[in-house]
Design a protein around this ligand. Structure first.
Ligand SMILES: Nc1ncnc2c1ncn2[C@@H]1O[C@H](COP(=O)(O)OP(=O)(O)OP(=O)(O)O)[C@@H](O)[C@H]1O
Length: 318
């Protein structure tokens, strides 16, 4: 459904070249839900804008929904839906009319456009504002309208650029429900960008981690998390001195590695955190270290990024 080779985009900014996307090779098959995950400035939106024909590549090739983005941009646009980061809706139409007009622009018949607009108003919870002029909507309501506009013609391939940014948890859940239904009923292929680690983890069948314009890891969330060396075990003591002593004890345990101390807290990695924790607690008790709290965390996608780059996803690309 999406195939790219060496897709690249440079920008000239104040006499220097910004390599926003550097040689992307992407293959997305029909029916997949793939998330592009990366820090601010990693190149996600630039890649999406090339795939949706809004931006010409500097080099490389891309075939989207069976059409070449350079040779047949109109063919690509006919076959896809796109929800960008900015607002897609105008300002002076009512929500219901905006959706119907969008449906008509996408080639739906009058009756079909009405039915589809009503369905989306219902499922994205826009009923209370359906007769309101779009410029009077709140940020979250406008975002839901943007998403509805991208979905109106039930495209076989849908691009979503940070679809849930600005939505409250309830609206995010509704959005994902709607998308899950769309996939189940129509086999829609979805390619999205997100900052939300939990979202990428739970909704995406596959995650492509992007940094500095390159894909640095690609696979199912579980496969990616398997790259991180073990669970994170953290214990809090009451003083820095106690944490230092705890670290000495922990370093002697065969199951523990990556022992670090920060203030009065100690953390380490273990292949099986649930098994390492009781062992650690017994050893610390034996050494007379007083503990306040203890916890085990499974690796997250942020740990994957940290392992690959030495930075947290929240720190940005620069
Ligand atoms: N039109 C442009 N002109 C100049 N530089 C640009 C332009 N668009 C993007 N860039 C630069 O390209 C790099 C990638 O930007 P892009 O918006 O693709 O990142 P992103 O991963 O989508 O970030 P975010 O998560 O913040 O949306 C950044 O360094 C950005 O400043």
């Amino acid at each position: 459904m999406i195939h790219t080779q060496g897709l690249t985009r440079h920008f000239r900014v104040e006499g220097r070249t910004v390599e926003a996307v550097r040689g992307l090779d992407i293959d997305v098959e029909a029916g997949e839900l793939v998330a592009f995950l990366g820090p601010n400035g990693a190149g996600k939106s630039t890649a999406l804008r090339m795939l949706t024909t809004l931006l010409a590549p500097t080099s490389g090739t891309a075939t989207v929904a069976g059409r070449d983005v350079r040779a047949d941009p109109v063919g690509v646009r006919r076959r896809i839906g796109y929800v960008g980061q900015g607002h897609g809706a105008g300002t002076d139409q009512r929500v219901r009319d905006e959706l119907r007009t969008q449906g008509r622009c996408q080639g739906l018949g009058r009756a079909q456009a009405r039915t589809r607009a009503d369905e989306l108003i219902e499922s994205l919870e826009l009923a209370a504002v359906a007769d309101r002029v779009t410029e009077r909507l709140s940020g979250g309501q406008r975002r839901r309208l943007d998403v509805a506009m991208g979905l109106i013609h039930r495209p076989r391939l849908l691009f979503l650029d940070e679809p849930s940014t600005g939505l409250d948890p309830h609206s995010r859940a509704n959005l994902w429900d709607h998308i899950a239904r769309l996939r189940a009923e129509h086999g829609t292929t979805i390619f999205l960008t997100t900052h939300y680690l939990d979202e990428a983890d739970t909704v995406a069948g596959r995650v492509s981690v992007i940094d500095h314009g390159r894909v640095i890891a690609d696979g199912t969330p579980d496969k990616l998390k398997g790259k991180v060396s073990g669970d994170l075990v953290t214990v809090a003591t009451d003083t820095e001195r106690a944490a230092g002593l705890a670290a000495e004890v922990a370093r002697r345990l065969p199951t523990a590695h990556g022992v670090t101390v920060e203030g009065a807290a100690l953390s380490l990695r273990a292949d099986r955190g649930d098994a390492a924790l009781p062992e650690l607690l017994r050893a610390l008790d034996g050494a007379g270290v007083r503990l306040l709290t203890a916890q085990v965390q499974r690796p997250t996608l942020d740990d994957v990024f940290l392992t690959l780059t030495g930075r947290s996803l929240r720190e940005g690309a620069e």
